[in-house]
Design a protein around this ligand. Sequence first.
Ligand SMILES: *[C@@H]1O[C@H](CO)[C@@H](O)[C@H](O)[C@H]1NC(C)=O
Ligand SMILES: *[C@@H]1O[C@H](CO)[C@@H](O)[C@H](O)[C@H]1NC(C)=O
Ligand SMILES: CC(=O)N[C@H]1CO[C@H](CO)[C@@H](O)[C@@H]1O
Length: 682
Amino acid sequence: MRDLSPVPGARRSKDLSEKNELYAAPRAKTKRKALIYGLICAGLVVVVIAVAVPVYLFVVKKSGGSSDNSGSSSGHTGTGSGDSTGQQTPVAAVTTGGDGSTVTKDDGSTFIYNNTFGGFWVYDPANPLNESARAQAHTPPLSEQWKWGTDKIYGVNLGGWLNLEPFISPALYEPFYPNAVDEWTLSELIMARDGNLNAIEEHYKTFITEEDFAMIAAAGLNWVRIPLPFWAIEVYPGEPFLPKTSWTYFLKAIEWARKYGIRINLDLHAIPGSQNGWNHSGKIGQINFMNGVMGLANAQRALDYIRVIAEFISQPEYIHVVPFFGIMNEPRSSATTYPLESIQSFYAEAYRIIRKVGGTGAGNGPIISIHEAFQGLSQWTGFLPGADRVALDTHPYLAFGAMSADPIESFVAQPCSNWGGLVSDSMSAFGMTAAGEWSNAINDCGLYLNAVGQGTRYEGTFEGAPRIGSCDQWTNYQAWDQATKDALKSFSMSTMDALQNWFFWTWRIGESAATGKVETPFWSYKLAIQEGWAPADPREAEGHCASLGAAVNTFTGTLSGGQIGEGTGAGPADLASYPWPPTTIGGYAGAALVAQLPQYTATGALPTLPVPTLSGAAASATVSMGSGWHDATDTTPMAVPVSGCVYPDGWDALTAAIPACAVPAAKVKREAAPAAGPTLMP
Ligand SMILES: *[C@@H]1O[C@H](CO)[C@@H](O)[C@H](O)[C@H]1NC(C)=O
Ligand SMILES: *[C@@H]1O[C@H](CO)[C@@H](O)[C@H](O)[C@H]1NC(C)=O
Ligand SMILES: CC(=O)N[C@H]1CO[C@H](CO)[C@@H](O)[C@@H]1O
């Protein structure tokens, strides 16, 4: 997330007397407590009777089988009693459950699944690929095709989990204040302190767990967007990130999403060399993707990582759980970095690659989501017309514009007018458009929000902004009164109504180690549920703008043709007008100059992402979990450094000299491997 919102910012400030009223516990809370106790008491009964879905029986061998079984079977009402022959013991294992059912996790511990929307979980060790689970009755099960533009995405990001951000998990950064400012420096400092990066894996293990997926479904949400860094695949020498490990946890996310009927938008969030110079790209500072001496080489690496991910998620075993691929978070295209035509060439090349991997047409490979690159949605009208399933991504935020002391009430209707029309117009003019990020923040208050060691515009301590007031009232959520919460909820709902298909940023904000509490409360959906400023059901938001008397232009059309994978298969007519390599790399305008830039050469081994290892009872399942690589005919090697050549540092190359030895652009062309099935290569 960042501040280059292409939409109008907040209004100018007026005075607001700070609120110091004590937090009055909302009535709802008492009611909820009673409900909670009721559920606990009813728990066991509910487990047995409330599940109207089939219960599967499977047989475990008496010797040695039972411990396997207890470890991973879900639900556990089974009380298999030994039979007199001592041969085999039938154990009833619950493989699915609805509201109030008990879920048993990998480690044998249990929790209660709550879902008042008719959702149910499914996990059958005999068929770990079962796709019947539903997040809610109104959300299609994974086994059914998502209807783009008709079914509504009510999503949250799992931000700061596998791709770290200081304001999301401040406790990881605080011990190193002010030196850890991004994942690069954090990794270096943890390595220096511990001699390993176990602390980062510990974060993966604990920050998001299975319960979160259950709670997300219980909150009426049906999608998650998961930011993933390229180092989930590999690192190059000199890159201090923890390599490969986050992939293991992404596989857990796939398992849990499948179990709870939630779909995943995999968002490649950090790109070699940095696509935006912001902390969440891995390294603050330079933009070396598509910019400067290593701009093209870094882009080659990025394309290969996109291919490796597309090869994984296009497999039939995974495509229904991960049908949405955000290929790059927030590329910061501009006249001083890489211009629109450059990022469009990159997107077009990614499109060729992904569609070649998965084939064309609904269900073949993911919908491809491209961020509007801070150009505004309308700039994308007419880009790749007729393309097979390309979606636009936009991140509208109020938090980073001009600050205002006005009360939350004054912001409530803004999303309706500011954003509703933009998204709907884009749905009509371009096709599927979703807001990959938004938050409740009406200002930039909160620990590390603008970066470690930086202040806030609101307090007049960042970027020369004039002071508006103290941030305390906006960060000390325990003191918020009911009116504040109601206004915040209303702001949330008008944003949901305006954006229509959305992913809140973010599900969870970790507590600060210093204060033991969340310091950026506007940014946590989990906290919003707990403290009462999230709608119980996001569908309540529909019509909210109208109820406020604010006009919102809701998309009422239908997407068709290539937009939903029902195109002619001809592909976009203008694909050839977006060449790869592009004719401009930041600082090098014109094919002749681009041709001088160093490139990697396609001679490297292909890194296939591993498939999950089944454990417990599932270990004996006979289903194939795939090979990790969808298209066996895709044997184009990875682009790697030319052996013997010394390249400039890919993260610090803006002023480097061009090496004489690296392959000049003109000599390298992506090899088209023999095509099996439909191909869009022109
Ligand atoms: C479901 O509700 C019960 C109390 O009714 C609670 O203990 C449990 O943590 C909830 N489950 C989840 C996943 O939040
Ligand atoms: C998946 O699980 C559900 C619920 O247990 C069951 O009804 C369905 O038949 C299963 N489908 C497959 C393909 O195993
Ligand atoms: C300097 C910098 O990169 N700051 C960004 C760090 O991340 C936060 C949260 O995403 C952004 O708001 C900052 O702009």
